[in-house]
Design a protein around this ligand. Structure first.
Ligand code: ARG
Length: 280
């Protein structure tokens, strides 16, 4: 870390370089210790993502240092839920990731955020499981996932800590174990989602809270290519290059779309959005 975050309008994204990234345990269906990733290629892919976000999407990128034996620290989306200058720090479900919590907390304290934590036994996986949607006519609201990683009890605590309504969505397909792999609010006010990752009631909640013309449902094929795990900065969208159907759809809507190859991170169950955390 070289400097503090200032409260400017410049979109600012926190990333963590993949210095120690690898697949050494399996805590989601995408991971297998028998299918190791190419760590050299992962480093190249991460640099391309970072430079695309900076140079094409116009985001300011901050980096938190990587830590040995914490391979998933690279997925900064999970570090915390950030709203304005407030950070609610993750409580990881699996012991494999719990060692990340103090590093996230330290980063937010050092960078001048008000830091909130949840009780030890309330799993909550940060912005991986809680996403803010807003458009020009509606109040902001949080779509939050539960059951696979985050406990539903975290949702009401989050709501009272940040003062935003939280809409709880049960995640019913183990492949889509965080809400940010099956739902993606865009800064334009649109919302990408994979209907098959939710139950009927969850779909009803999404469709009742976002105007129909704003909804962008994706196919099962695109969802499996991490289409919903996109990074939205203004009218730019950065996402995995294999999500070809969605890429065409977004271009047709007039968005600037920047596909990047993130094959090695998908072996850990993450893609573009998981590797980023919007902190301003
Ligand atoms: N291997 C990581 C895990 O299972 C991937 C995290 C992906 N992050 C996300 N925001 N979806 O926790």
């Amino acid at each position: 870390m070289t400097r503090n975050v200032t409260s400017t309008q410049q979109p600012t994204i926190l990333m963590c370089p993949p210095d120690y990234f690898t697949v050494s345990y399996a805590i989601n269906p995408w991971m297998s210790v028998d299918r190791p990733c190419d760590v050299g290629l992962a480093k190249q892919q991460w640099l391309t993502l970072r430079d695309t976000l900076r140079e094409k999407a116009g985001a300011d990128i901050l980096e938190m240092p990587a830590v040995p034996d914490l391979p998933d620290l690279v997925f900064t989306a999970n570090a915390a839920f950030v709203y304005q200058r407030l950070a609610v720090i993750a409580r990881y479900k699996y012991p494999e990731r719990q060692g990340e919590e103090p590093y996230a907390e330290a980063w937010f304290r050092e960078n001048g955020y008000a830091v909130h934590t949840l009780p030890r036994h309330t799993p909550f996986e940060g912005a991986g499981d809680a996403l803010i949607w807003k458009d020009e006519t509606h109040e902001p609201r949080v779509f939050a996932g539960y059951r696979t990683r985050t406990d539903i009890a975290a949702h009401s605590l989050l709501s009272s800590q940040v003062g935003l309504p939280v809409l709880s969505l049960e995640l019913v397909d183990p492949r889509f174990y965080h809400v940010d792999v099956c739902l993606c609010p865009l800064e334009t006010g649109d919302l990408i989602y994979y209907p098959g990752a939710f139950d009927e009631y969850g779909r009803t909640v999404i469709e009742a809270n976002v105007p129909a013309h704003r909804l962008i449902p994706v196919s099962a094929e695109d969802a499996a290519m991490f289409a919903c795990n996109a990074v939205s900065v203004g009218d730019a969208v950065v996402l995995n290059q294999a999500a070809t159907g969605l890429i065409e759809l977004l271009k047709a809507r007039g968005l600037r779309v920047f596909p990047v190859d993130l094959s090695e991170f998908i072996k850990a169950g993450g893609s573009a959005k998981c590797l980023t955390l919007r902190v301003a």
